[in-house]
Every structure is written in C-alpha cells, then in structure tokens.
Design a protein around this ligand. Structure first.
Ligand code: SAM
Length: 230
C-alpha cells in the first residue's frame, strides 16, 4: 500500500469523502489516506493527526516525499486536538482502530466537531460503540459499507449531523448493512454466531454463577436476534 494505491479498506473510506472536502485524518500513521485524497483531487487540503511520534514521523516523511507540504499539515496530537477551528475541516476520517477507541476520541473533544459535515469511521471491531455514540450525540447514519480484505471483515460508517433512532438490531448490525444484506455481511454474522456458540458451550461447562448465567442469557438473546435477521 502507498499513497497512490490504497488498501481496499482505505479505498472504501476514501470513496465516502465528499468532493472538495477539507479533511482531517485522525490516527494517520503513514498519511496514505490524506495524500491519496489530495493527489486525486478529492480533498482540497488535509490534516494528518497522529499521537505517537514514530508514526507521526512516517506521516511527515510521506507528505514530503509526495511534495504535498502545502496541502497537508501533519500534527502530533491526541485525537481531535489535531484540529483547530481555523482549519475549517469539513470531513473527518478515523480508520483502523476499535469502535470503542474511535467513539472515545470523538467524545473526548466533541466541541471540535462543530461545523464538521461528515464523519467517515472505519472500526476494526465493535462498530456498535460508534452507532451508540452517534445516536447519543445527534449524528445520523447516512451510509455504511462492509468489505472483506485478506479474510478480515471491516465496516465503514458514514455520519452526518442529525437526529436518528435505531433498534437493538440496527445498533449491532448497522441499519444500512442490514437492509443490503450482502454476502460479506452474512459471512461476518455467521462467523460471529459460531464464535458466540463456542463461548456458550464453554459457559455451560463452567460453574454456574449468577454472572455466567446472565452472560449466557445475553449471548443466547444475541444469537437469536442475529439469526432472525439473516
Ligand atoms: N488510519 C490508519 C489506517 O487505517 O491504516 C492507521 C491505523 S493504525 C492501526 C492506528 C493509528 O492510530 C496508530 O498510528 C496510532 O498511533 C493512532 N492513534 C491511536 N490513538 C490515537 C489518538 N487518540 N489520536 C491520534 N492517533 C491515534
């Protein structure tokens, strides 16, 4: 992967960036995504935010190598602290982290989202944490995608400001993905069901504490809920 040729996962994230956006990519270890967006005239300018020094230096190096220092600013910063109001950022991408970490980055500096028109989030796991955060903070899901790359399944969630409400099923599975029900979606949830069934079996063999019984009930409920959707 490089700034000219993104992974399938980051290409999907890029496909949701509106034309002429001013983008902030948070957790931008090689700055491949912002470089790609500017090189392809999808974004007019970008900020690459990175909290760890090594990856930050890789991002600086990549931007220099592509000669994009005028259009892309690389900042060593924690989460949304990479963004200033004067940047007039219109779209934020956060990719390749767990859903709870992405949600916590957004929650920590939620006031910095004022004026942002679109969030494009790609959780590696627990996408539900992002959907729960979105509903709580008045962001609505305008699109979603699911893809398989190297046998790993990734989800992308696209949010815009607005109120929304989701059912328990939609929070877990994604309202758009649930409607589309493509092959990757079915694969993901069949894998999850199998894994949950393994856990349930192990629980049945364990000593039956109140906690185990409650957890098993919850898992059983989730398995039935997902089976009904598929
Ligand atoms: N976004 C890239 C991608 O999708 O390929 C990189 C993903 S990499 C697994 C996650 C990156 O996010 C790491 O470089 C990590 O240092 C950075 N990161 C984690 N927490 C962060 C935070 N709070 N603020 C900025 N960067 C963060």
């Amino acid at each position: 992967m490089n700034a000219q040729k993104l992974s399938k996962r980051l290409e999907k994230v890029a496909s949701f960036v509106p034309q002429n956006a001013i983008v902030a990519d948070i957790g931008s270890d090689h700055a491949y995504l912002p470089c790609y967006l500017v090189l392809n005239n999808l974004a007019t300018s970008a900020i690459a935010g990175e909290v760890v020094k090594g990856p930050y230096e890789s991002a600086c190096h990549e931007v220099q190598q592509e000669g994009l220092q005028k259009q892309i600013t690389v900042r060593l910063a924690n989460g949304l602290q990479a963004i200033e109001q004067e940047d007039h950022v219109t779209a934020i991408t956060i990719a390749g982290m767990g859903g709870p970490l992405i949600a916590s980055i957004l929650e920590k500096d939620v006031e910095r989202l004022i004026g942002v028109e679109r969030l494009i989030l790609q959780p590696n796991i627990h996408a539900i944490a992002i959907r729960e955060w979105a509903i709580r903070r008045n962001w609505k899901i305008v699109d979603e995608a699911i893809l398989n790359e190297d046998d790993k399944i990734y989800e992308v969630i696209v949010l815009e400001p607005g109120e929304d409400s989701l059912t328990e099923e939609q929070l877990l599975l994604g309202p758009v993905l649930m409607r589309q029900q493509n092959e990757v979606f079915k694969e993901k949830w069949n894998r999850e069901i199998q894994q949950w069934q393994h856990v349930l079996k192990a629980m049945e063999k364990a000593e039956q504490s109140v906690e185990i019984i409650e957890k098993a009930k919850e898992l059983q409920h989730r398995i039935e809920m997902v089976k009904e959707v598929l």
